[in-house]
Write a protein that binds this ligand. Sequence first.
Ligand code: GAL
Length: 365
Amino acid sequence: MKSMQRVCMTALVLLVAAGTVFAGGSQARGAGKGLIGVVMPTRSEERWIKDGNAVKEGLEKLGYAVDLQYSDDDIPTQSRQIDDMITKGVKVLVIASIDGSALSNQLANAAAAKIPVISYDRLLMQSSNVDYYVSFDNYKVGGQMGDILITGLKLDQATAATPVIVELFAGSPDDNNSVGFYQGAMDKLKPYFDKGALKVPSGQIDRTVIGTLRWDAAEAQKRMENLLSAYYSGDVVLNGILSPYDPISLSCLEACKAVGYGSAPGKPLPVVGGQDCIVASVKSILAGEQYATVLKDTRTLGAATVTLVDTLMQGKTPTGLDTKSYHNGAKIVPSLLLDSVIVTKDNVQKDVIDTGYHTRAELGL
Ligand code: GAL
C-alpha cells in the first residue's frame, strides 16, 4: 500500500512538474485557450508599441497566450517570425506587415496549417490567404488629412490670384494604406488645385514621386530640405505640407525651421497635419507648431482585433464586416473599418487627454 502511495505521489509530482514545464513554455506551445501569434513591424515607432500592448493585454485577459514579436522593419526577420509561429502551432495569426506583398509564402504556409490570418492595420497584398482585415477607413483618414489643410490654410478663401503654396508627402510605397491616405487627401484638395488656388512649386505630386519608404522621417526631412533649397530660395514662401505621418510632419517642420520658418519675418511655420497622434506631435500642436494630426485609437483597433480573434476561436463567423472596399489584388478581404478623429489644439483635452490616450504627464502638462 505504502509503495502504491509512493508511486501515486511520484506520478502526481511528475504531472505537476510536467504542467509547470508546459505552462512555462506557454509562449512556445500555447496555454489556456490557445496561443495567438502577433507580429508588429517595429518597436521604434510609438504607435506599434501601443498596438502590440493593446492586442496582447486584451487577448491575455480572455485567457489566450500571446507570442508578440517585433522585427525592426526587417522583412526576412518578420517572415521568420511568422514561420516560427506556424511551427509552434499558433491558432490565429495577427500580422501588421512591413511590406504588404512580401509574405505570400508565409501566408500559404498558414493556410496549409489552417491558421486564420488577420491583417492588422496594413492590408496584406497579392495573396488569397488573408482572412480578415482590421483597420481604420484609410480613404477617410486621407480625407481628414485633406480637411486639415483646407481648414488650416483657409483654402476656401484662396484664389488663382492668391494661391496657397504647398508640398506633398506620401507614405511608404509598399504599404497599401499610403494609397488610401493619398487618394483621400487628393480628392479633397482637387477642387482647389483645379481652380489654381493651390500650387506645388516643385511639381512633385504623383504618389510614386512623393512616397517615403518605410515612413522614414529622416528621409522625409532630407527631401524637405532639398525642396526648400531647390524651389524656395527666392521669395516663394511655403504655406503648407501634406504629411501622412506625425514623425514626417515633425521632421518637415525641423527642415523649415532651419531655413527661417517660424522665426524670420513673413515666414510663419507652414500648416502641417499628420497621423497617429504621437506624444511629440501633440506637444508640438499644443506649442502651436504642428497644426493637427489624425488620431487612430490603437486601443480601439486592438480591442476590435481581440474580439475578432475570440470570435474565430469560438468557431463563430464574424458578422457586420465590409465586403466591398478592400481588394488586395487576389481577393476582397472582409474588413472591419474603424473611425478616426482629427485632433487640433482645440480638442486635445477632450479627445486625447480625457479619453486617456495620452496622460497630462506624458504631454509634459
Ligand atoms: C501605416 C499606418 C499609419 C502609420 C504608418 C507608419 O501603415 O496606417 O498610421 O502608423 O504606417 O507606421
